[in-house]
Design a protein around this ligand. Structure first.
Ligand code: ATP
Ligand code: MG
Length: 629
């Protein structure tokens, strides 16, 4: 079957299409209806069917491959490595589930998971899924303020946490931040379950805090049967990265999500039982949910959970893992590849990477330089995939499991099956033709696996995502894009990131791409800054490949002029940045996304926003210094 036929069927006959895909998972009770769209824009998939995510990820494989590796937990921070077979994972998840039940967790209750990348975090997620509790994983790098707002939004009965995480060889205490967050929250949990890694001393609050190891020993032989859940029951709540503003609580179902992941593992990620998948993300992000924990296990693959940085003990660490565990499919982000690119490539060549079939990258635009470099080093296809926390799995990519399709440089690919993607003219609401720029939108119903609603706020779901276009109720991605004549899409940045210079609307992303083409520039951020005369002007912050070449003021000015000239040549004089500052670091979210919002705030003399979501706040000091110089 060609991909075009496959795609067309998914759009024209979604019920037939997804009825077939639904056979990829186990159902305890068959569904009565594939799709219910009686209340748009809400979509309900596999109505009346009963299934369970934990059953499909774990129990299902006990019959055929109980002793195959399921979860491989590697920490280069504590120098530990442990493989759990499907049978062992099953036992651990049941212990965790029994502990949760003993602490009063019932079906539908929320459990907040604030943990480092250790096996117990996956046990906790799977245990929730097993007993029908709703997990809300909060990225372990967030400090007490971000955590407190998420506690109040999710109102968990239990929080699962640990004494500390570790990063770059240093312990990062979790417990004190958690205590602070609970003290600040209006809805403190009844209990806190703590994994003691021996990294930091912990003071247990009596009647509230309990020690995991003690309870685990007590429930060592626990058997906790799977709770069968109606397909549309809630599986989890996960907050978006907060790159553009207040994070939204994305709520997901059970059956639709399981089917969507199983299908994506087959058609997009092409993973088979017995193989090993390595996603370098964190369980605090959607990639961690879909492609560290659930997706690979649902496909019967072993999945790697990695605690550590990509460059410790050296930049060869990920490749040594690929060699040792014969990883076939790897998933990372462009930001991580850019980090590796700064290190000697010999480190990569040391390892036998012949098991690796493809590298998938997502989360932010993949620039050609990065893509070319890593493709050359690895000699495997580099597959860009574009999606959002909201969708849970790729909107745009290439589905190699259906038909081999070439990737196109600069494009994350074509519309994935199930997504009726369109480009909409922002002001008229009309659909754009090939080559015309507009907002990337999706015509409902959204396919299985996508968000059901904003947790606790159906109206916000409708208002935020489905009320942006004049002519039709469509889902907005809030990203600019363009589709070429062959159906390949190009993402041109976020709709927030448009600036208006003397009446001309310019995407900051386009200016960034132009600046990146200067041979000396390794990374750049462009923001729009208020200007009395022109409305807004573009201001650029660039990281140089060789900072020593811009040591003196004269050199800086010369280089600034060169960069401006590149932009003028490529995009025209209106796009010329008013200033090009040189820095050595840019502010990013903890998930590695550029925080243009904070840069812009500083340029306009405003507050930079919630600093706890910024990876390294000292990057802001540089921006401030550059702006005031
Ligand atoms: P928030 O919605 O809270 O502002 P966020 O949008 O960064 O945060 P995510 O859901 O983690 O939260 O990120 C999804 C966004 O990341 C997409 O809408 C898009 O802007 C960007 N993105 C993801 N993958 C790609 C890709 N392959 N190419 C270009 N952009 C991408
Ligand atoms: Mg977003």
């Amino acid at each position: 079957m060609t991909y075009a036929d496959f795609y067309q069927e998914s759009i024209r006959q979604p019920e037939k299409f997804w009825d077939r895909e639904a056979q990829l998972i186990d159902w305890h009770r068959p569904y009565q209806q594939v799709l219910d769209t009686s209340c748009p824009p809400f979509a309900r998939w596999f109505v009346g069917g009963e299934t369970n995510l934990c059953h499909n990820a774990v129990d299902r494989w006990l019959r055929t491959q109980p002793d195959q590796p399921a979860l491989i937990a590697i920490s280069t921070e504590t120098n530990t490595e442990k493989t759990y077979s499907f049978a062992e994972l099953h036992a651990e998840v049941q212990r965790m589930a029994a502990i949760m039940q003993s602490l009063g967790v019932k079906q539908g209750d929320r459990v907040l998971i604030y943990m480092p990348m250790i096996a117990e975090a996956a046990f906790a997620m799977l245990a929730c899924a097993r007993i029908g509790a709703v997990h809300s994983v909060v990225f372990g790098g967030f400090a007490s303020k971000s955590l407190a707002t998420r506690i109040d939004d999710a109102q968990p009965v239990l929080i699962v946490s640990a004494d500390a995480g570790m990063r770059g060889g240093k312990a990062v205490p979790y417990k004190p931040l958690l205590d602070e967050a609970i003290a600040a929250a209006d809805h403190p949990p009844q209990h806190v379950l703590l994994v003691n890694r021996g990294l930091d001393t912990m003071n247990l609050v009596s009647d509230r805090d309990v020690d995991y190891a003690t309870l685990r020993a007590q429930y060592i032989n626990a058997q906790v049967p799977v709770t069968w859940l109606e397909s549309n029951a809630m599986s989890y709540v996960l907050y978006t990265s907060g790159t553009t503003g207040k994070p939204k609580g994305v709520q997901r179902d059970v059956g639709g999500y399981a089917v969507a992941l199983a299908a994506s593992m087959k058609h997009i990620y092409c993973g088979n039982p017995g193989e090993t998948y390595f996603a370098t993300s964190d369980i605090g992000w959607v990639v961690g949910h879909s492609y560290i924990v659930y997706g690979p296990l649902i496909a019967g693959m072993a999945t790697i959970m990695y605690e550590g940085t990509p460059i410790r003990p050296d930049a060869g660490i990920w490749w040594s893992i690929v060699e040792k565990y014969k990883v076939t499919r790897m998933f990372s982000a462009p930001t991580a590849i850019r980090v590796l690119k700064k290190h000697p490539p010999e480190l990569m060549k040391k390892y036998d990477l012949s098991s690796l079939k493809a590298l998938y990258l997502a989360g932010e635009p993949l620039d050609e330089t990065t893509s070319d470099w890593i493709a050359g080093e690895l000699g495997v296809p580099i597959i860009d995939n574009y999606w959002q926390t909201e969708t849970g799995w790729p909107i745009l990519s290439v589905a190699c499991g259906v038909e081999h399709k070439d990737t196109r440089l600069g494009s994350p690919g074509v519309a994935m099956y199930g997504y009726n993607v369109c480009i909409i003219n922002e002001s008229t609401g009309a659909e754009c033709g090939a080559g015309e720029k507009g907002v990337v939108a999706i015509r409902g119903p959204l396919p299985p696996g996508c968000m059901q609603t904003v947790y606790g706020d159906d109206q916000r779901f409708v208002n935020t995502y489905w009320s942006n276009f004049a002519q039709e109720q469509l889902y907005s991605t809030f990203d600019w894009g363009i589709r070429d004549a062959d159906g390949y899409y190009f993402i041109l940045g976020r709709t927030d990131d448009v600036i208006n210079v003397a009446g001309h609307r310019l995407g900051t992303r386009e200016i960034e791409e132009s600046i990146s083409s200067h041979a000396q520039v390794s990374e750049v951020a462009v923001v729009g800054v208020e200007d009395k005369l022109k409305g807004q002007v573009a201001v650029a912050f660039a990281i140089l490949k060789h900072p020593e070449l811009a040591a003196t003021l004269e050199q800086k000015l010369a280089l600034e002029g060169e960069v401006m000239a590149v932009v003028v040549r490529q995009l025209g004089a209106v796009a010329r940045p008013a200033r090009v500052h040189f820095v050595t670091m840019l502010p990013k979210t903890r998930s590695g996304k550029l925080l243009r919002r904070s840069i812009q705030a500083i340029c306009e003399g405003r507050d930079a926003g919630d600093l706890t979501t910024i990876e390294d706040p000292s990057s802001l000091v540089q921006i401030k210094a550059a702006v005031s110089a």
